[in-house]
Design a protein around this ligand. Structure first.
Ligand SMILES: [Zn+2]
Length: 428
């Protein structure tokens, strides 16, 4: 009995420890990221989550309205403070959780007016700089004159550097204005992109299973030469708010499917499998990080308690019979651009291609230095890249992009990353 209690509390303590050492929360100093430590196994059996109440909040004699009735929204409470000033609460789906306080709401008013909105977060500071849209599709950063940080942070990296909260000035009209933490890439927006690429004769997409909330998970297969036997596995959005990782992945895939001679030659020898949205429920429900099982999917590649990771595991096991997997990448976002490869002390000669690739990308993009933090710990495969390597022998990487990295640079980086991996794989 006592032993059981001890094991449970030890597991809980380990879970919390490993949470602090996740890539997105790597400890920082003034010199930047210090990387990951050893990762004890985190329990990934279901935990309860609270779904947000969805509806419309009406204020000021029903002249001003807030709504979270759209995919990707997150708005947990609104209070009117008087004088066209509102307080908005943003809470997580459950806790403990990595602090990625996603928010998203619509606001409109029967009379055009300027309102002030203060964002308040559950156990977090203001990580995401607000994006604004008038159609829910095209977003841009809110003009800085309308953004007032409250109690600014210190230093350059991490949550401590973010303001405690933020006050936004929004010019509302009778047409809704969308305010979101990052651009909206919900399951339907991602599927539109997949469907548009699938117009090409050598691309198809098909279901690989259901998410916890029964959304269909799809893989996109880029397969021009049916004789090709080498394969790549590319995934993103295990963590819903990590949109900048998705933007780079999107550009990476578009480059591989493009019309360049390099891409054409590459596709003669390689097939690419892409799961662009690993956590569709989390994306549509405006989650900070977890799936509908209340779990960080990128801790579930050891025990596979969640359907999303199981779907991809089963898919890979099946494809591994026909293909030799030569490269894997999982795209994420954090405070700055950073690579998490597996150290060659663990992977040997086979894993060297990842380091050559990083070097080649860095040479072509000298304007932005990217941190590299290799891990030699493959004792467990909780995170995708380690599962990819240990179980399918593919050199793999967690590719992290900064939340605020310029979108033009993200696109360029995805393109360069694709060109350089195609060159290296063709040389082999
Ligand atoms: Zn992540």
């Amino acid at each position: 009995m006592f032993k059981k209690v001890f094991i449970l509390s030890a597991a809980l303590a380990l879970g919390m420890l490993s949470c602090k050492k996740s890539p997105e929360e790597a400890e920082t100093t003034s010199s930047g990221y210090q990387g990951q430590g050893k990762s004890p196994i985190v329990p990934t059996v279901d935990k309860p989550i609270q779904k947000q109440w969805r509806g419309v909040w009406a204020f000021n004699d029903s002249t001003t309205f807030f709504s979270n009735q759209f995919d990707g929204a997150r708005l947990n409470g609104v209070a009117y403070d008087g004088d066209d000033h509102y307080t908005i609460w943003v809470t997580a789906e459950n806790t403990p959780i990595n602090v990625s306080p996603w928010y998203g709401f619509k606001v409109w008013s029967t009379e055009a007016r300027d309102i002030k909105v203060e964002l308040k977060y559950q156990d977090s500071r203001s990580r995401y700089y607000p994006k604004i849209s008038t159609d829910g599709r095209t977003f841009k950063p809110l003009d800085s004159i309308y953004f007032k940080p409250i109690n600014p942070g210190e230093g350059e990296f991490g949550l401590g550097a973010a303001p405690e909260s933020a006050e936004l000035t929004i010019s509302v009209t009778e047409n809704p204005t969308w305010i979101t933490a990052q651009e909206l890439y919900t399951s339907s927006v991602v599927q539109e992109w997949v469907d548009s690429l699938s117009q090409k004769p050598f691309i198809e997409n098909y279901p690989i299973g259901l998410s916890k909330e029964k959304r269909t998970m799809k893989v996109m297969e880029i397969n021009e030469n049916k004789e090709a036997k080498k394969a790549l596995m590319i995934i993103s959005r295990q963590h819903p708010p990590e949109v900048t990782g998705f933007i780079v992945m999107k550009s990476f895939i578009e480059t591989i499917t493009g019309d360049s001679d390099l891409a054409k030659a590459f596709r003669q020898e390689h097939v690419v499998f892409n799961v662009p949205l690993m956590n569709p429920d989390g994306a549509d429900n405006g989650h900070w990080r977890h799936n509908m099982g209340g779990i960080d999917l990128n801790r579930d590649w050891q025990n596979f308690n969640q359907p999303e990771t199981r779907n991809v595991r089963d898919f890979l096991v099946e494809k591994d019979k026909d293909y030799d997997f030569v490269f894997g990448a999982d795209f994420h976002s954090t405070w700055d651009d950073i690579y998490y490869p597996i150290d060659t002390t663990a992977t040997g000669e086979k894993g060297k291609i990842i380091f050559d690739w990083i070097e080649n990308i860095s040479e072509r993009l000298p304007q932005k230095q990217t941190n590299v933090r290799a891990s030699d710990d493959i004792e467990n495969t909780m995170v995708s890249s380690k599962y990819f390597y240990v179980h399918h022998g593919m050199p793999a990487i967690v590719f992290e992009l900064g939340d605020n990295t310029s979108r033009a640079f993200l696109k360029e980086k995805g393109k360069v990353a694709a060109e350089e991996i195609m060159k290296l794989l063709l040389e082999k």
